[in-house]
Ligand binder design. Structure first.
Ligand code: AMP
Ligand code: MG
Length: 180
């Protein structure tokens, strides 16, 4: 079984996944880390946040290679994105050729209020976050729901929305564990 856990940058995905990892037998695979390692080998990027600023064809190429690897693994939770906000526009995280490799059985979308996400991004100096407005963040979360619906059609996968409340990531973690 392969499931996908997603959430826009700053939603608290890494914190929640850390909690989930302690209570599940599934291995957590970070899609972005696979892409990052390949991009570093090719001398294309210095940081994870440079990936979404590469030209779209290069991103798709890395994405395809990462999905080839992940498609060979089973009983995993894939940490990735429904869409990536690139300068050219939203890039689907799971275009048809990725869906075909992965055959996902459920999608979990971690969400928070746009105001809270904006605050978390401002307080995170470890990443080069985008300076999106509250309206931009709201749009990105909405767009991700549309992408998830489209992806679920491909394999009949379920979709669960996970609300990450302020200062209580354990509630979101429990909600994911209850759906695995
Ligand atoms: P993360 O640390 O999870 O935000 O991942 C780092 C970067 O990897 C993201 O900002 C994207 O540029 C890239 N990435 C992750 N998952 C995907 C995907 N499914 N398709 C394309 N790019 C991705
Ligand atoms: Mg993260």
């Amino acid at each position: 079984m392969r499931v996908v856990i997603s959430g826009i940058p700053g939603v608290g995905k890494s914190t929640i996944l850390e909690m989930v990892s302690k209570k599940t037998q599934y291995e957590i695979i970070n899609f972005g880390s696979l892409m990052f390692d390949m991009a570093v080998d090719l001398d294309l990027v210095k940081s994870r946040d440079d990936i979404r600023r590469l030209d779209v064809d290069t991103q798709k190429n890395l994405q395809k290679k990462a999905s080839n690897k992940i498609g060979k693994m089973d009983n995993i939770i894939i940490d990735t994105h429904m869409s990536i906000k690139s300068p050219a526009g939203y890039l689907p995280g799971l275009p048809e050729w990725v869906l075909r490799e992965l055959m996902v059985s459920s999608y979990f979308l971690i969400e928070s209020t746009p105001e809270e996400i904006k605050r978390r991004r401002e307080n995170d100096s470890s990443r080069s976050r985008d300076s999106d407005t509250v309206q931009d963040i709201k749009e990105h979360q909405e767009v991700n729901r549309y992408y998830a619906a489209a992806y679920s059609v491909y394999s009949g996968a379920t979709i669960k929305y996970i609300y990450n409340p302020d200062n209580h990531p354990e509630i979101a973690a429990e909600s994911i564990l209850g759906g695995l």
